[in-house]
Design a binder for this molecule. Structure first.
Ligand SMILES: [Mg+2]
Length: 166
């Protein structure tokens, strides 16, 4: 479905509880990388993120990074912290999202994608038919990202009005 509206909104990725996902039948959480898990400015994750990854896994939810990035920092993170990843995902194309779902044998109803960008992550999730979860960008560090966010604001406001907050 071509939609820019997330189903759920959280301030940050670590606010998503495994129980919240499990209650909705989600068993695979796909994660955008840049500005959702880590800012562009560092390759070292916060302890809070590592603790959260562990908490999600213990809750029986599988995790896979789905990133448009072509940089080595994503596979490096993946290897170092033992989180699966799908790079070159080309979101909003559903291609990379579907590949990740196939890897884990999960269908649309069992999958959610969390990301900070309406025009790549939320749209991509909706086109693939999986649950779209929006989080605030960790760090809008360039003018370009700040400008893009201005265009995202109406969609986020609309989603809030429709009370899709958890
Ligand atoms: Mg991002």
């Amino acid at each position: 479905m071509l939609s820019f509206l997330p189903r759920f909104i959280f301030p940050k990725i670590t606010d998503i509880a495994p129980e919240f996902l499990a209650e909705r039948g989600i068993r695979l959480l796909l994660m955008d990388f840049d500005n959702t898990m880590l800012p562009y400015t560092t390759d070292v994750p916060e302890q809070e993120l590592l603790d959260w990854l562990e908490r999600i896994r213990r809750g029986g939810i599988e995790l896979c990074i789905v990133s448009n990035s072509h940089k080595s920092r994503v596979p490096q993170f993946s290897e170092r912290y033992g989180v699966a990843c799908q790079t070159h995902a080309a979101k909003p194309s559903p291609k990379g999202i579907r590949l990740a779902m196939q890897r884990f044998g999960a269908d649309k109803t069992q999958t959610a994608l969390v990301g900070d960008q309406i025009f790549t992550d939320v749209l991509g999730a909706n086109l693939a038919g999986v649950t779209a979860i929006a989080v605030r960008s960790i760090h809008n560090h360039t003018i370009l990202l700040k400008l893009r966010h201005i265009f995202e604001v109406p969609f986020l406001a609309m989603a809030h009005r429709r009370r899709v907050k958890p």
